[in-house]
Design a protein around this ligand. Sequence first.
Ligand code: SF4
Length: 247
Amino acid sequence: MNIDLTEYNLIAISTSAGKDSMATTLEVVAEAEKRGVKHRVLAILCNTGADWPNAETEARKLCNHLGIQFQVVHPYRSVPDYISMRQRFPSMQCRFCTRLKTSAIDKLIRKLFPHKQEAKILSITGERREESTHRKKLDEFCVHDELTAGNRQVFHYRPILDWKVGKVWGRIKASGLPPHPAYTEYGNERLSCAICVFACDKDIWNGALVRPDLAERYLEVERKTGFLFRHNQSLASILAKGAIKCR
Ligand code: SF4
């Protein structure tokens, strides 16, 4: 790891309980342990209200096992509530759902370290360049402009930005710890919100099976507004392709 973790008062890892979050947490905790600063590591999970069942439990289990602090935050409005209120779905141009998540995590960091208090904070996330054209352009390390204020200096660090998916799974396998059952029992590619506009069809089918309530809410938005889940593709048609029956 190219970063000296001992410089930071708080090492905050955003986790979704997915494979990238897990690999990131394993890497950071191993380094923090080596440098004697494991007690400064805090994993934060934002419960969006659209999460896979047990996301919180699995993340908590990992943190307990690794001996680090864990905290759950909630956005001021859940992702499904926000979608229902706006009567439209997130898109590449308008990722309001991600914003809801990061705002809740940022709020906790501001509360823990008010800007008058002198502190140097590392905010860590598990994006990988391989995943999207947007992520390709991200910095591995940069100033966190939104959180840096007064005496509070915050930096954003993405330790697995250049990792390929095989390396992620290799790291998890080497730990001997089980990933979220969405991967092992359902064969998901990714995990975060159970039904996500950016997910592949199979992950959406799995999400609708485990969160039929969520599928029904999103189908309701489509029925009421005619606004489609994805550009030119309705959730109803995606679920029909997978023979997933909703009400
Ligand atoms: S998983 Fe998808 S729907 Fe959920 S916050 Fe991320 S981008 Fe939005």
